[in-house]
Design a protein around this ligand. Structure first.
Ligand code: ADP
Ligand code: ZN
Length: 749
């Protein structure tokens, strides 16, 4: 009998076997097929077709859908699933067009479809201009009998004020069931609304004129284009300082790919933060690029998916998930800002899009370009060991000076006129001067909210989250509440301490909301705006950046969001309020991240004609990350950091994996983590370093205690038996314990 192994988007770590009926004889790997599954029908992807003895109760494939996945994508996904020990169905889910997911879910939920939300929007006659929108009702109570997913959806809606249903379904598989339940409880309302115009498909983007390359760009372009044209599967590290014109090099590489008739994927960090970056590709290539971003409806995604698959469009641009675009005859993958941590997915399939981009391009015989001003040490190591070719753009594109960086030692420097110690005299004066010159300012502070913590000054008690082991942040704008940044728990700020009843609660520390208020008061003539997750999702982010670009705003205050690749020519001053926050994180990559952050944020200054200046405030001015950032000395930093990593046996000189265990009960979680550690130790007999279990740095989140077991070995091959053993124990965990294996972890928190 002819049998097919099919990956189905269900969280089971294996493929399913179906009969290939004779009418569907031609079915091949990559085919999208509809299969009976219990009482339902699900769309999956064929992995292999073979002759064989049918297992008991084999059922036939019901239907083959017209468009298949490209063969190279299919085999790449299988390899990815093996690399990360991730369930094959969940991996394929990442690459299936969204309507498949919806169709699958619609069949699953067809009977309870009371809201008429589910499934094929086209069939339901919903016009492409309309979307389903879910928003929270006025209630703020914490419902008791809700599933974890429903609670997460509710928290998300409350945090965002509303969200497209299709996007929620992408985040949480069962979001529709959750929304149904929440709307029954009167906590959520679902409406149909007009779709916002697509910011990336504003067809009025005027075409640009390609600039003449400078010699460094010329040289880098020549090397990359030669490989693209020859179909030579090389990896390049394009190390170019901020503003050196890396994008121009990527665009020339895309030209070469187009000329050869091969497809391209461009991965960029968090696309909604850099709409202007994307519009540069649109200005160059017009409708020849398709932008995959989170504001698209499932239908639009499907359209793009099929146009890419057919080769009608040959360039896909997007955040990490664009790695799975079904680009025809893929010949080039560009990873812009390759050091950015958003390329690592931190839920579900925990893949790293940069690492997998190298693999996908290589398997396909394509070129991979990793670009950054602050390359990750992993990528630097690839270049040093001959696995990547390094190209350098050492100066800014139009020969502007790099900004001058000065360090303010906060131990010796007093508060400026505002009286706030976090706005020192030198920074205050620098702001004044910049405003006088009618130039713009970016101030970076990685704490959102008004005050990061609230403490009782009578008894010393901190106001903490009931679900997580963290302090609650005071948010003034949102009707004076304290909120948890881990679980979104919110409560009103009380007049008195809950413990000792004294009316002595005091706000501690400085958040972006307070900084914005302080600046507005100190510089009443200046327009101050703020960019962080509280102000901004999608459209709102773009509006803020647009206001800065059009010089409506003088001072932009914000979190990490302000450090990303914005090209704002009138920003001449960048202030880093507290550089120590990034340095004090308990993670072996803390120095690397702090260095990257400082160089990137500094890189926002002086990109136009006027020279830039950067003021960094710190209590630890001799830290090597600061000292090297001050001198724009990436090579020096890398040298020093690699030496430390080698001595301590950390990546890139070793490979790691993290087993994350959590449970409501602390002892249960700890016990499970201990058994994981013991099993892996036994199975690997000292070949793999097993560290822990140890409580996670934030020991409890969303009511669950978290433990970690770290595995480490000199290389991937030696680590593998440890991964096999860990994956094995994790499958057999009791139901009340959650465990995940994070291979090549980035986030240790
Ligand atoms: P990076 O991505 O390396 O930070 P960008 O690609 O944003 O740098 O380039 C910085 C600025 O320099 C952009 O405004 C870009 O249009 C401009 N630019 C790039 N290459 C050239 C060139 N060869 N001549 C003139 N301007 C250029
Ligand atoms: Zn919490």
């Amino acid at each position: 009998m002819k049998l097919a192994d099919v990956a189905l988007p269900v969280p089971v770590p294996r493929a399913f076997t179906y009969e290939v009926p004779s009418a569907l004889e031609g079915v091949a790997p990559g085919a999208r097929v509809v299969c009976p599954f219990g009482a339902r029908a699900i769309t999956g992807v064929v992995l292999a077709v073979r002759e064989g003895e049918p297992p008991e109760k084999v059922r036939p494939i019901a239907k083959v859908l017209p468009i298949s996945l490209p063969a190279d994508l299919t085999s790449f996904l299988v390899e990815l699933s093996q690399y990360y020990f991730a369930p094959i169905g969940e991996v394929f889910r990442l690459a299936m067009p969204p309507l498949d997911r919806e169709t699958a879910e619609s069949t699953i939920r067809a009977k309870s479809d009371t809201l008429g939300l589910f499934g094929d929007e086209e069939a339901k006659g919903l016009s492409a201009k309309k979307i389903q929108w879910a928003e929270p009702t006025a209630g703020t109570e914490e419902p008791s009998k809700l599933s974890a997913q429903a609670r997460a959806v509710l928290a998300h809606l409350r945090a965002h004020g509303g969200y497209p249903v299709a996007r929620l379904v992408e985040k949480w598989g069962n979001a529709r069931a959750a929304i149904e339940k929440l709307s029954e409880l009167g906590l959520v309302r679902v409406t149909t609304r007009d779709k916002e115009p697509d910011p990336f498909f504003d067809t009025t983007v005027p075409r640009d004129v390609p600039p003449v390359l400078n010699p460094a760009q010329e040289e880098a372009t020549r090397a990359i284009c030669a490989a693209v044209t020859a179909g030579d599967p090389r990896t390049f590290l394009l190390h170019g300082v901020t503003g050196s014109g890396k994008t121009e090099v990527y665009m020339r590489a895309i030209d070469a790919a187009k000329a050869r008739g091969v497809g391209v994927i461009v991965l960029v960090p968090e696309i909604s933060l850099t709409p202007q970056l994307v519009s540069r590709y649109r200005a160059r290539f017009g409708d020849g690029v398709c932008v995959l971003h989170s504001a698209l409806t499932a239908r639009e995604r499907y359209t793009m998916w099929s146009r890419l698959r057919a080769g009608e469009v040959d360039v896909a641009i997007g955040a990490r998930s664009a790695l799975f675009a079904p680009v025809k005859d893929l010949g080039l993958i560009v990873v812009d800002e390759e050091h950015d941590s958003s390329f690592k997915q931190e839920e579900g399939v925990r893949y790293h899009a940069r690492d997998m981009a190298i693999l996908r391009a290589f398997r396909r015989g394509g070129v991979c370009v990793l670009g950054s001003a602050t390359p990750s040490l992993e990528t630097v190591h690839l270049a040093r060991t001959g696995k990547a070719d390094k190209l350098v753009l050492a100066a800014r594109a139009r020969a502007q000076e790099m900004p001058a960086v000065e360090i303010v030692d906060m131990r010796r420097t007093g508060a400026g006129p505002t009286g706030d110690k976090k706005l020192t005299i030198p920074l205050h004066r620098a702001i004044e001067k910049t405003l006088e010159k009618k130039e713009q300012i970016i101030l970076f502070l990685n704490r959102r909210g008004f005050s990061p913590s609230v403490r009782c000054h009578a008894c010393g008690e901190l106001v903490v989250c009931p679900n997580c082991s963290v302090a609650l942040t005071f948010h003034k704008g949102r009707s004076r509440v304290v909120r948890c940044h881990y679980c979104d728990h919110e409560e009103p700020l009380l007049e008195r301490c809950a413990k000792c009843k004294a009316p002595a609660l005091e706000l501690e520390g400085l958040g972006t909301e307070k900084l914005e208020e302080t600046l507005a008061a100190a510089f009443p003539e200046a327009k101050v705006a703020r960019l962080d997750r509280d102000v901004a999702s999608g459209k709102a982010i773009e509006r803020v950046i647009e206001r800065v670009r059009s010089r409506e705003v003088d001072v932009l205050v914000g979190t990490q969001m302000v450090t990303k690749g914005h090209d704002l020519p009138f920003v001449t001053l960048v202030g880093v309020i507290n550089a120590d926050a990034a340095l004090s994180i308990p993670d072996f990559r803390a120095a690397e991240r702090a260095f990257q952050l400082l160089v990137q944020v500094a890189g926002r200054a002086g990109r136009g004609d006027a020279p830039g200046r950067v003021v960094v405030q710190t209590y630890d001015p001799s830290h090597h990350a600061l000292v090297f950032a001050l001198q724009h000395d990436t090579e020096g930093f890398v040298e020093r950091e690699l030496r430390d990593r080698r001595e301590l046996g950390y990546p890139p000189y070793s490979r790691m994996a993290l087993v994350r265990i959590d449970a409501v009960d602390e002892e249960v979680a700890k016990g499970a983590a201990e058994s994981v550690a013991a099993t892996v130790r036994r199975a690997t007999r000292g070949e793999v370093d097993v560290l822990g279990p140890a409580p996670a740095p934030i020991a409890r989140v969303r009511g669950r205690f978290r433990f970690r077991v770290m595995l480490r070995a000199p290389d991937r091959k030696k680590l593998r038996p440890g991964l096999v053993a860990a994956a094995h124990v994790l499958e057999a965990l009791p139901r009340n314990v959650r465990g995940v294996l994070d291979v090549d972890p980035v986030q240790l928190l």
